[in-house]
Ligand binder design. Structure first.
Ligand SMILES: [Zn+2]
Length: 298
């Protein structure tokens, strides 16, 4: 499996947009969506300003349909950890990081403005369409174009995400979570969302966008009742030895009250510490964020 899906240079100067799918190897929707969009651009000679680059994240984990093989490829992008990895590659993901860095370094950035990184994910629970940003760029018109809930401070609770790293490299970077893993909505939402982002970045014409994006349709069906801007109140971290099991039936942005039973582990039941909305409840075996409680802010 190749890491680079395609690097497409437009006929006119303009922004750079990098699309990454499958940084978690079980989340294939983003990879397929990125493939579909760049294939359409190439096949139909879609007029393009700037450059679009589509790459696969965790290539080895994608081949195994696993979230990761030795560690989470979206928690290792601190300068310290990258330094260690560049010194010595011991684990499969070390090799992934090395190759991704080579891939980023090979992308021509000169003259491209702005530079945008779209990290395409899917989640393990329902109503999983939202945006995560490393800094509060919730007023950025490119990000706002997706019209999805924006989690403004999740990154304070997550160390070493690719978003934080690419933000340091000068990119407007955000995660575009397009619904639950394997759900019917994930693929069309990601595809239409990418066209919407290309349009909002000034890289394609309105005519092109109207031809390929069905985004409005998906957005009105699913998202009318979702919050716009959300902040994190509480983060329940888990490790694999605790036997964490989320209580069935929760989905993103479902209201909870202080004292509601949310999950259990080897020490007994886990109750909500405060009122709010449940966010990213963990319904898969891998991962060390059990759930978050969030609230809407203006
Ligand atoms: Zn993911």
């Amino acid at each position: 499996m190749e890491r680079l899906i395609a690097s497409v240079e437009g006929s006119y100067d303009g922004p750079l947009m990098i699309l990454i799918g499958g940084i978690h190897g079980n989340e294939v929707s983003g990879v397929r969506a990125a493939e579909d969009v760049v294939n359409t651009i190439l096949l139909h000679n879609v007029p393009l300003r700037g450059r679009v680059v589509a790459i696969r994240g965790n290539v080895q984990a994608l081949a195994e349909n696993q979230r990761f093989l030795s560690y989470d490829l979206n928690r290792c992008w601190t300068e310290e950890k990258i330094g260690q990895i560049l010194n010595e590659a011991k684990h499969p993901e070390d090799q992934e990081v090395q190759e991704m860095l080579d891939c980023f370094d090979a992308i021509p950035t000169n003259g491209h403005n702005p530079k945008v990184l779209v990290d395409l994910h899917s989640t393990s629970s329902e109503k999983g369409d939202f945006i995560i940003i490393p800094e509060d760029e919730s007023q950025n018109p490119i990000i706002k174009a997706l019209n999805l809930p924006i989690i403004i401070d999740l990154n304070k609770h997550l160390e070493g995400t690719l978003l934080q790293y690419m933000h340091r490299r000068g990119f407007i970077s955000f995660a575009f979570e397009g619904g639950a893993v394997g759900s019917d909505e994930a693929h069309p939402l990601h595809v239409s969302g990418i066209w919407e982002l290309l349009f909002a970045s000034g890289m394609i014409s309105e005519e092109t966008r109207n031809q390929y994006s069905r985004y409005d349709q998906y957005i009105t069906e699913h998202h009318l009742d979702l919050p716009k801007r959300v902040t994190v109140l509480y983060h329940h971290k888990v490790d694999t030895t605790q036997g964490f099991i989320m209580k069935p039936g929760y989905h993103n942005f479902m209201p909870v009250k202080k004292g509601d039973v949310l999950a259990r582990d080897k020490d007994g039941v886990i109750e909500a510490e405060c009122d709010g909305m449940i966010f990213m409840p963990l319904y898969q075996n891998e991962g060390d964020d059990g759930f978050f409680i969030v609230e809407e802010v203006n």
